[in-house]
Design a protein around this ligand. Structure first.
Ligand code: GLU
Length: 482
């Protein structure tokens, strides 16, 4: 590696951070930290038609939550700024001009209607849809005349019409493109804004980016970019194109099959460290069976050599499993701080911190995401027992169950309080007196206290519900018709 490592994440602020964007940002971050290089955030905001108010701030906030701290960027500054492309427009214009003068680009005056007619003609003739080079053939005088007339124009790249553009991608190996199939890309639009291609190349050069690490969807842009580097006489960065992210049916990961915005995952109660760990494995393989990695471990182990070429399937079940793991591994205090807002959002009363702590202790092993507390904690917040399963109802209809519950009620009646110890004592007596044991003994109690046939350990349930509620639920069950 001859140049100092400088990599960038260059999102366009079009709304939210896609998980694919998170992976790109993460791999750039890991690569930079592994090589003790710099990680740059550059905002590519030159497409005014796709501009979304607040999207840049959103992106920055999400990257921070995810712990992907960059060394240079719009809000932290740096020697290579500005880091917002909309603040670098003059640079792009000058360079577009320079390309026209050196004969590597040309003015194109074709109107939208003319381009549309061209597209229709090509479609009908079953030809590739691309600019046909009309304005490439204009003489210098014709160009001057149109400019004087004040005709709107764009600047297009003069792609060579023959030969191939080859390059070696750090992930995909040797890649070749036939030049004749590559369009004369617009570099500068009629509104004076650059397109992605022009701005991206100029910035990667002036920001001294050593490695471009980005999604595979940008691979077809490479020949255009290499042509630009050549025209400017610049050395291109090394390139690494990351495999596509796929749905389980191997279609391209899209909003239609579920969430793709990192913000949505955070809102559902995925932990940043779990998302990072999961996304790190979407395309990179550590070469061992290890699945759980801290950010520090990822920095140590990450290498582009271990990034696969083939698409990476986004397996939500695996993410859920991993998130459950991270929730279980949190220190209790952090777990309570993380899950309490989800209890609150579910409409449960979290004003008693001791009860909240106990509820979380009772359910955290049974959840995978923050929002799962709604269902799992429901049993602790009902005033009136709700029997929520047909199996539970069947159990309560058995005479044996009613005997157990009647005896249980008699035994707890004289007690002041019901704690874990007295409960265990009571259950021994109920067993002795009724002769029922195991499921026949415990299940009626569980169902009468929670309304369902599964859930946290009963002693935990007892402690949280307290005697008054327990008594009232059991009474309710016994007084119900069967
Ligand atoms: N602005 C492009 C994007 O939105 C950047 C692609 C690249 O990294 O070159 O992803």
């Amino acid at each position: 590696m001859d140049r100092p490592v400088r990599v960038r994440f260059a999102p366009s602020p079009t709304g939210f951070l896609h998980v694919g964007g998170l992976r790109t940002a993460l791999y750039n971050f890991l690569f930079a930290r592994h090589h003790r290089g710099k990680f740059v955030l550059r905002i590519e905001d030159t497409d005014r038609s796709r501009y979304v108010e607040g999207a840049t701030e959103n992106l920055i906030r999400t990257l921070k939550i995810m712990g992907l701290q960059y060394d240079e960027g719009p809000d932290v500054g740096g020697e290579y700024g500005p880091y917002l492309q909309s603040q670098r427009l003059e640079l792009y214009r000058q360079h577009a001009q320079q390309l026209v003068e050196s004969g590597h680009a040309y003015y194109c005056f074709c109107t939208p209607a003319e381009l549309e007619a061209m597209r229709k003609r090509q479609e009908a003739a079953k030809q590739p849809i691309m600019y046909d080079g009309t304005c490439r053939r204009l003489t210098a005088e014709e160009v001057q005349k149109r400019l004087k007339q004040g005709k709107p124009y764009v600047v297009r790249l003069k792609m060579p019409r023959e030969g191939e553009t080859r390059f070696s991608d750090l992930i995909r190996g040797d890649v070749a493109f036939q030049n004749e199939l590559i369009d004369d890309q617009i570099l500068l639009k009629s509104d004076g804004y650059p397109t992605y291609h022009l701005a991206n190349v100029i910035d990667d050069h002036y920001m001294e980016i050593s490695h471009v690490i980005r999604g595979e969807e940008w691979l077809p842009s490479v020949p255009k970019h290499l042509q630009l580097y050549k025209a400017f006489g610049w050395e291109p960065p090394q390139m690494a194109h990351l495999p596509l992210l796929l749905n389980p049916d191997r279609s391209k990961l899209s909003k239609r099959q579920g969430d793709v915005a990192v913000e949505d995952f955070l809102e559902k109660g995925y932990l940043p460290e779990a998302l990072i760990n999961f996304v790190a494995l979407l395309g990179w393989n550590p070469g061992t069976d290890q699945e759980i990695f801290s950010l520090q471990e990822l920095i140590e182990k990450f290498s582009l050599e271990r990034v696969n070429k083939s698409g990476a399937v986004f397996d939500l079940n695996k993410l859920n499993w991993m998130n459950g793991h991270y929730i279980r591994e949190l220190p209790e205090e952090k777990r309570v701080a993380f899950l309490t807002p989800f209890l609150k959002k579910a409409g449960y009363d979290v004003s008693d911190p001791e009860k909240t702590r106990k509820v979380i202790a009772a359910i955290y092993k049974r959840i995978e995401r923050g929002i799962d507390v709604k269902e799992q904690a429901a049993i602790f917040y009902q005033d009136h027992l709700e029997i929520r399963e047909p199996e539970a109802r069947e159990i309560l209809q058995k005479e044996s169950a009613r005997t157990v519950l009647r005896t249980f009620l008699q035994k707890i009646a004289p007690l002041h309080e019901l704690d874990v110890q007295t409960f265990s004592q009571v259950m021994k007596e109920v067993q002795r007196e009724t002769g029922f044991k195991k499921q026949d003994l415990w299940m009626p109690i569980r169902v009468a206290l929670t309304g369902v046939t599964h859930g946290p350990d009963l002693p935990l349930v007892i402690e949280i519900l307290g005697k008054a509620k327990i008594e009232s639920f059991v009474r309710q069950v016994l007084s119900a018709e069967n």
